[in-house]
Design a protein around this ligand. Structure first.
Ligand code: UDP
Length: 369
Protein backbone atom coordinates (compact mmCIF):
# COMPACT_ATOMS: atom_id res chain seq x y z
CA UNK A 1 0.00 0.00 0.00
CA UNK A 2 1.26 3.49 -0.85
CA UNK A 3 1.97 5.63 2.19
CA UNK A 4 -0.50 8.46 2.84
CA UNK A 5 0.88 11.89 2.12
CA UNK A 6 1.23 14.66 4.70
CA UNK A 7 2.14 18.18 3.63
CA UNK A 8 3.78 20.06 6.49
CA UNK A 9 3.81 23.84 6.23
CA UNK A 10 6.34 25.75 8.31
CA UNK A 11 7.97 29.14 8.00
CA UNK A 12 9.16 30.58 11.31
CA UNK A 13 11.94 29.69 13.73
CA UNK A 14 9.86 27.97 16.43
CA UNK A 15 8.12 25.90 13.76
CA UNK A 16 11.36 24.43 12.46
CA UNK A 17 12.17 23.37 16.01
CA UNK A 18 8.73 21.86 16.68
CA UNK A 19 8.54 20.16 13.28
CA UNK A 20 11.95 18.55 13.73
CA UNK A 21 10.47 16.20 16.34
CA UNK A 22 7.53 15.08 14.20
CA UNK A 23 9.51 14.94 10.94
CA UNK A 24 12.01 12.58 12.60
CA UNK A 25 9.19 10.16 13.47
CA UNK A 26 7.50 10.55 10.08
CA UNK A 27 10.80 9.70 8.38
CA UNK A 28 10.65 6.28 10.06
CA UNK A 29 7.03 5.61 9.11
CA UNK A 30 6.07 3.30 6.25
CA UNK A 31 2.41 4.34 6.49
CA UNK A 32 2.93 8.08 6.10
CA UNK A 33 5.27 10.22 4.01
CA UNK A 34 5.97 13.90 4.47
CA UNK A 35 6.44 16.79 2.04
CA UNK A 36 7.75 19.92 3.77
CA UNK A 37 6.81 23.40 2.52
CA UNK A 38 8.83 26.35 3.86
CA UNK A 39 6.96 29.61 3.30
CA UNK A 40 10.06 31.76 3.77
CA UNK A 41 8.56 33.80 6.63
CA UNK A 42 11.95 33.53 8.35
CA UNK A 43 14.73 33.25 5.82
CA UNK A 44 18.12 34.37 7.22
CA UNK A 45 20.61 31.53 7.66
CA UNK A 46 20.55 32.08 11.43
CA UNK A 47 16.74 32.19 11.58
CA UNK A 48 16.15 29.18 9.32
CA UNK A 49 18.93 27.03 7.76
CA UNK A 50 20.76 26.51 11.05
CA UNK A 51 17.76 24.68 12.54
CA UNK A 52 17.43 22.28 9.61
CA UNK A 53 21.14 21.47 9.91
CA UNK A 54 21.34 21.17 13.70
CA UNK A 55 18.12 19.25 14.18
CA UNK A 56 18.76 16.80 11.36
CA UNK A 57 15.92 17.89 9.08
CA UNK A 58 15.93 17.33 5.34
CA UNK A 59 15.76 20.52 3.26
CA UNK A 60 12.17 21.47 2.42
CA UNK A 61 10.69 20.08 -0.80
CA UNK A 62 9.20 23.51 -1.54
CA UNK A 63 10.94 26.73 -0.60
CA UNK A 64 8.79 29.85 -1.03
CA UNK A 65 10.22 33.31 -0.42
CA UNK A 66 7.38 35.11 1.29
CA UNK A 67 8.32 37.50 4.04
CA UNK A 68 7.83 41.09 5.02
CA UNK A 69 4.87 43.31 4.26
CA UNK A 70 1.70 43.69 6.27
CA UNK A 71 -0.11 40.70 7.76
CA UNK A 72 -2.67 40.73 4.95
CA UNK A 73 -0.04 40.99 2.26
CA UNK A 74 2.12 38.22 3.71
CA UNK A 75 -0.75 35.86 4.53
CA UNK A 76 -2.37 36.47 1.14
CA UNK A 77 0.78 35.65 -0.81
CA UNK A 78 1.27 32.52 1.28
CA UNK A 79 -2.30 31.45 0.65
CA UNK A 80 -1.80 31.71 -3.11
CA UNK A 81 1.45 29.70 -3.12
CA UNK A 82 0.31 27.04 -0.64
CA UNK A 83 -2.93 26.46 -2.51
CA UNK A 84 -0.96 25.80 -5.70
CA UNK A 85 1.27 23.31 -3.91
CA UNK A 86 -1.68 21.52 -2.33
CA UNK A 87 -3.46 21.27 -5.69
CA UNK A 88 -0.31 19.73 -7.13
CA UNK A 89 0.54 17.39 -4.25
CA UNK A 90 -3.02 16.38 -3.31
CA UNK A 91 -2.05 15.38 0.24
CA UNK A 92 -4.19 13.31 2.59
CA UNK A 93 -3.61 15.81 5.41
CA UNK A 94 -1.90 19.12 6.10
CA UNK A 95 0.19 19.50 9.25
CA UNK A 96 0.66 22.94 10.82
CA UNK A 97 2.33 24.25 13.98
CA UNK A 98 1.67 27.05 16.40
CA UNK A 99 0.32 30.45 15.57
CA UNK A 100 2.12 32.26 12.76
CA UNK A 101 0.86 33.65 9.45
CA UNK A 102 2.25 30.51 7.80
CA UNK A 103 -0.03 28.43 10.07
CA UNK A 104 -3.10 30.44 9.17
CA UNK A 105 -2.38 30.58 5.42
CA UNK A 106 -1.85 26.81 5.24
CA UNK A 107 -5.03 26.17 7.21
CA UNK A 108 -7.14 28.41 4.99
CA UNK A 109 -5.73 26.89 1.83
CA UNK A 110 -6.27 23.33 3.08
CA UNK A 111 -9.76 23.69 4.54
CA UNK A 112 -11.15 25.17 1.32
CA UNK A 113 -9.69 22.25 -0.62
CA UNK A 114 -11.31 19.88 1.92
CA UNK A 115 -7.97 18.54 3.08
CA UNK A 116 -8.02 17.64 6.79
CA UNK A 117 -5.71 19.71 8.98
CA UNK A 118 -3.66 18.58 11.96
CA UNK A 119 -2.76 21.45 14.30
CA UNK A 120 0.14 20.89 16.66
CA UNK A 121 0.05 23.16 19.73
CA UNK A 122 -3.71 23.56 19.47
CA UNK A 123 -5.84 25.20 22.16
CA UNK A 124 -3.40 27.76 23.52
CA UNK A 125 -5.03 31.05 24.35
CA UNK A 126 -3.81 34.44 25.58
CA UNK A 127 -7.34 35.90 25.35
CA UNK A 128 -5.80 38.95 23.74
CA UNK A 129 -7.44 39.41 20.36
CA UNK A 130 -5.10 42.29 19.53
CA UNK A 131 -2.27 39.81 19.18
CA UNK A 132 -1.84 38.34 15.69
CA UNK A 133 -0.83 34.99 17.19
CA UNK A 134 -4.14 34.67 19.04
CA UNK A 135 -6.13 35.30 15.86
CA UNK A 136 -4.02 32.82 13.89
CA UNK A 137 -4.39 30.07 16.47
CA UNK A 138 -8.13 30.48 17.07
CA UNK A 139 -8.92 30.38 13.35
CA UNK A 140 -6.60 27.43 12.78
CA UNK A 141 -8.14 25.47 15.64
CA UNK A 142 -11.62 26.17 14.30
CA UNK A 143 -10.90 24.50 10.95
CA UNK A 144 -8.61 21.68 12.11
CA UNK A 145 -9.68 18.07 12.23
CA UNK A 146 -6.97 16.98 14.69
CA UNK A 147 -6.24 19.27 17.61
CA UNK A 148 -2.98 18.11 19.18
CA UNK A 149 -2.75 19.84 22.55
CA UNK A 150 0.38 20.23 24.70
CA UNK A 151 -1.27 20.39 28.15
CA UNK A 152 -4.55 20.11 30.07
CA UNK A 153 -5.47 23.73 29.82
CA UNK A 154 -5.40 23.79 26.01
CA UNK A 155 -7.99 21.01 25.90
CA UNK A 156 -10.20 22.91 28.35
CA UNK A 157 -10.11 26.01 26.12
CA UNK A 158 -11.06 24.00 23.05
CA UNK A 159 -13.95 22.27 24.80
CA UNK A 160 -15.27 25.59 26.11
CA UNK A 161 -15.22 26.93 22.54
CA UNK A 162 -17.32 23.99 21.41
CA UNK A 163 -14.72 21.71 19.82
CA UNK A 164 -15.88 18.10 20.01
CA UNK A 165 -13.76 15.93 22.27
CA UNK A 166 -13.02 13.41 19.51
CA UNK A 167 -10.97 16.08 17.71
CA UNK A 168 -8.82 16.83 20.77
CA UNK A 169 -5.76 14.71 21.47
CA UNK A 170 -3.57 15.64 24.41
CA UNK A 171 -0.17 14.39 23.28
CA UNK A 172 2.19 16.65 25.23
CA UNK A 173 4.50 19.34 23.98
CA UNK A 174 6.72 18.66 20.97
CA UNK A 175 9.21 21.25 22.24
CA UNK A 176 9.70 19.07 25.28
CA UNK A 177 10.49 16.17 22.93
CA UNK A 178 13.12 18.34 21.22
CA UNK A 179 14.58 19.50 24.54
CA UNK A 180 14.94 15.93 25.75
CA UNK A 181 16.42 14.73 22.49
CA UNK A 182 18.76 17.59 21.59
CA UNK A 183 18.98 19.82 24.66
CA UNK A 184 20.30 16.98 26.76
CA UNK A 185 23.54 16.87 24.75
CA UNK A 186 24.46 20.47 25.60
CA UNK A 187 27.00 21.11 28.38
CA UNK A 188 28.47 24.31 29.82
CA UNK A 189 31.83 23.72 28.13
CA UNK A 190 32.93 25.70 25.08
CA UNK A 191 30.39 26.99 22.63
CA UNK A 192 28.86 30.42 22.88
CA UNK A 193 29.04 30.37 26.69
CA UNK A 194 32.77 29.65 26.53
CA UNK A 195 33.25 32.58 24.18
CA UNK A 196 31.12 34.90 26.35
CA UNK A 197 33.10 33.82 29.41
CA UNK A 198 36.37 34.79 27.75
CA UNK A 199 35.20 37.96 26.06
CA UNK A 200 32.72 39.36 28.61
CA UNK A 201 33.24 37.48 31.87
CA UNK A 202 29.82 35.81 31.59
CA UNK A 203 29.73 32.85 34.00
CA UNK A 204 27.39 29.86 34.21
CA UNK A 205 24.48 30.52 36.59
CA UNK A 206 25.33 34.20 36.86
CA UNK A 207 23.72 35.93 33.91
CA UNK A 208 20.34 36.92 32.55
CA UNK A 209 19.44 35.62 29.09
CA UNK A 210 16.93 37.89 27.34
CA UNK A 211 14.92 37.73 24.10
CA UNK A 212 12.47 40.30 22.68
CA UNK A 213 10.62 39.87 19.41
CA UNK A 214 6.85 40.11 19.73
CA UNK A 215 5.13 42.85 17.76
CA UNK A 216 3.30 44.06 20.90
CA UNK A 217 6.72 45.02 22.31
CA UNK A 218 8.78 45.90 19.24
CA UNK A 219 6.05 48.02 17.64
CA UNK A 220 5.25 49.97 20.79
CA UNK A 221 7.98 52.52 21.61
CA UNK A 222 6.85 52.88 25.24
CA UNK A 223 7.04 49.14 25.92
CA UNK A 224 10.27 48.67 24.00
CA UNK A 225 11.91 51.55 25.87
CA UNK A 226 10.72 50.14 29.21
CA UNK A 227 12.27 46.74 28.39
CA UNK A 228 15.54 48.19 27.11
CA UNK A 229 15.92 50.45 30.13
CA UNK A 230 15.08 47.67 32.56
CA UNK A 231 17.61 45.30 31.00
CA UNK A 232 20.24 48.05 30.93
CA UNK A 233 19.70 48.74 34.64
CA UNK A 234 19.61 45.05 35.48
CA UNK A 235 23.04 44.66 33.87
CA UNK A 236 24.46 46.52 36.88
CA UNK A 237 23.36 43.56 39.05
CA UNK A 238 24.12 40.71 36.68
CA UNK A 239 25.44 40.31 33.11
CA UNK A 240 22.65 40.45 30.53
CA UNK A 241 22.99 38.53 27.25
CA UNK A 242 20.55 39.37 24.45
CA UNK A 243 20.46 37.39 21.19
CA UNK A 244 18.58 39.97 19.16
CA UNK A 245 15.79 39.11 16.73
CA UNK A 246 16.23 40.95 13.37
CA UNK A 247 12.90 42.77 13.80
CA UNK A 248 13.91 44.14 17.20
CA UNK A 249 17.39 45.05 15.99
CA UNK A 250 15.96 47.04 13.06
CA UNK A 251 13.47 48.87 15.27
CA UNK A 252 16.10 49.77 17.87
CA UNK A 253 18.50 50.93 15.15
CA UNK A 254 15.78 53.10 13.57
CA UNK A 255 15.00 54.64 16.97
CA UNK A 256 18.71 55.28 17.62
CA UNK A 257 18.69 53.07 20.74
CA UNK A 258 20.84 50.17 19.63
CA UNK A 259 24.22 51.65 20.52
CA UNK A 260 23.23 52.54 24.10
CA UNK A 261 21.83 49.05 24.58
CA UNK A 262 25.03 47.48 23.22
CA UNK A 263 27.03 49.56 25.70
CA UNK A 264 25.04 48.10 28.61
CA UNK A 265 24.28 44.50 27.66
CA UNK A 266 25.93 41.80 25.53
CA UNK A 267 23.98 41.92 22.26
CA UNK A 268 24.36 38.89 19.99
CA UNK A 269 23.02 37.88 16.59
CA UNK A 270 20.20 35.27 16.70
CA UNK A 271 21.59 31.93 17.84
CA UNK A 272 21.21 28.41 16.54
CA UNK A 273 19.15 26.04 18.67
CA UNK A 274 22.02 24.34 20.48
CA UNK A 275 23.75 27.63 21.31
CA UNK A 276 20.45 29.01 22.56
CA UNK A 277 19.86 25.94 24.70
CA UNK A 278 23.33 26.28 26.18
CA UNK A 279 22.60 29.87 27.22
CA UNK A 280 19.17 28.89 28.56
CA UNK A 281 20.40 25.93 30.53
CA UNK A 282 23.13 27.81 32.38
CA UNK A 283 21.35 31.15 32.85
CA UNK A 284 20.60 32.50 36.33
CA UNK A 285 17.36 33.97 35.01
CA UNK A 286 15.61 34.34 31.65
CA UNK A 287 13.66 37.43 30.55
CA UNK A 288 11.59 36.91 27.42
CA UNK A 289 8.45 37.61 25.45
CA UNK A 290 8.80 34.32 23.56
CA UNK A 291 6.36 31.48 24.11
CA UNK A 292 8.92 28.78 23.44
CA UNK A 293 11.63 30.30 25.60
CA UNK A 294 9.26 30.48 28.61
CA UNK A 295 8.83 26.73 28.41
CA UNK A 296 12.47 26.00 27.78
CA UNK A 297 13.35 28.04 30.88
CA UNK A 298 11.17 25.59 32.82
CA UNK A 299 12.61 22.51 31.05
CA UNK A 300 16.02 23.59 32.35
CA UNK A 301 14.59 24.76 35.69
CA UNK A 302 15.66 28.38 35.28
CA UNK A 303 13.42 31.14 36.71
CA UNK A 304 11.72 33.20 34.01
CA UNK A 305 10.25 36.69 33.76
CA UNK A 306 7.81 37.12 30.88
CA UNK A 307 7.80 40.57 29.34
CA UNK A 308 4.11 40.53 28.44
CA UNK A 309 0.68 41.32 29.89
CA UNK A 310 -0.41 37.69 29.69
CA UNK A 311 0.91 34.26 28.85
CA UNK A 312 -0.52 31.15 27.23
CA UNK A 313 1.57 28.99 29.58
CA UNK A 314 -0.21 29.90 32.81
CA UNK A 315 0.71 26.68 34.63
CA UNK A 316 4.30 27.93 34.83
CA UNK A 317 3.15 31.14 36.52
CA UNK A 318 0.93 29.17 38.90
CA UNK A 319 3.82 26.85 39.80
CA UNK A 320 6.14 29.78 40.49
CA UNK A 321 8.60 29.24 37.61
CA UNK A 322 7.46 32.24 35.65
CA UNK A 323 6.28 35.72 36.58
CA UNK A 324 4.57 38.22 34.33
CA UNK A 325 6.16 41.64 33.96
CA UNK A 326 3.92 43.80 31.74
CA UNK A 327 6.41 46.22 30.20
CA UNK A 328 4.50 49.41 31.00
CA UNK A 329 7.47 51.06 32.70
CA UNK A 330 11.13 50.25 33.30
CA UNK A 331 10.95 50.35 37.10
CA UNK A 332 8.33 47.63 37.44
CA UNK A 333 10.11 45.39 34.92
CA UNK A 334 13.39 45.86 36.78
CA UNK A 335 11.69 44.97 40.09
CA UNK A 336 10.29 41.78 38.55
CA UNK A 337 13.71 40.81 37.24
CA UNK A 338 15.34 41.41 40.61
CA UNK A 339 12.56 39.50 42.40
CA UNK A 340 12.81 36.59 39.95
CA UNK A 341 16.50 35.90 40.59
CA UNK A 342 16.91 32.65 42.49
CA UNK A 343 13.16 31.95 42.72
CA UNK A 344 12.50 28.31 41.88
CA UNK A 345 9.02 26.90 41.38
CA UNK A 346 7.21 23.69 42.28
CA UNK A 347 8.03 20.43 40.58
CA UNK A 348 5.32 19.94 37.95
CA UNK A 349 5.12 17.92 34.72
CA UNK A 350 2.47 19.53 32.52
CA UNK A 351 3.91 18.80 29.07
CA UNK A 352 3.77 15.03 28.73
CA UNK A 353 6.66 12.62 28.74
CA UNK A 354 8.62 13.55 25.62
CA UNK A 355 6.72 11.31 23.20
CA UNK A 356 4.35 13.92 21.74
CA UNK A 357 5.71 13.49 18.19
CA UNK A 358 5.32 9.71 18.28
CA UNK A 359 1.75 10.06 19.54
CA UNK A 360 0.88 12.55 16.79
CA UNK A 361 2.23 10.25 14.08
CA UNK A 362 0.50 7.25 15.62
CA UNK A 363 -2.86 9.03 15.62
CA UNK A 364 -2.49 10.25 12.04
CA UNK A 365 -1.42 6.77 10.90
CA UNK A 366 -4.40 5.17 12.62
CA UNK A 367 -6.87 7.56 11.03
CA UNK A 368 -5.36 7.97 7.57
CA UNK A 369 -3.66 4.70 6.73
N1 UDP B 1 15.66 30.41 19.70
C1 UDP B 1 16.87 30.14 19.07
N2 UDP B 1 17.75 31.17 18.91
C2 UDP B 1 17.51 32.44 19.35
C3 UDP B 1 16.27 32.69 20.01
C4 UDP B 1 15.37 31.66 20.15
O1 UDP B 1 17.13 29.01 18.68
O2 UDP B 1 18.35 33.32 19.17
C5 UDP B 1 14.72 29.30 19.87
C6 UDP B 1 14.30 29.06 21.28
O3 UDP B 1 15.23 28.24 21.95
C7 UDP B 1 12.95 28.40 21.11
C8 UDP B 1 12.41 29.07 19.86
O4 UDP B 1 13.53 29.62 19.19
O5 UDP B 1 13.08 27.01 20.86
C9 UDP B 1 11.44 30.14 20.22
O6 UDP B 1 11.13 30.87 19.09
P1 UDP B 1 10.65 32.38 19.12
O7 UDP B 1 11.03 33.00 20.39
O8 UDP B 1 11.13 33.01 17.85
O9 UDP B 1 9.06 32.26 18.95
P2 UDP B 1 7.84 31.93 19.94
O10 UDP B 1 8.23 30.75 20.77
O11 UDP B 1 7.56 33.15 20.74
O12 UDP B 1 6.72 31.59 19.03
Amino acid sequence: MNPKKIVTVIGARPQFIKASAVSAVLAESDQLCEIVVHTGQHFDANMSDVFFAELGMRPPAYQCAIHGGTHGDMTGRMLIDIEKILLLEKPDAVLVYGDTNSTLAASLAAVKLHIPIAHVEAGLRSFNMRSPEEINRILTDRVSRWLFTPNNEAGTHLLSEGASSDRIHQVGDVMFDVALRHGARVTSDGGVLGRLREEHGVRAGEYCLATIHRAENTDDPVRLTAIVEALSHFSRDIKVVLPLHPRTRNTLAEQGKLQALQNAVVVLAPLGYLAMVQLEKYAGIIATDSGGVQKEAFFYRVPCVTLRDETEWTELVDAGWNRLAPPADATSVLQSLQAGLGRMGEDIAPYGSGDAAARIVERLSDELA
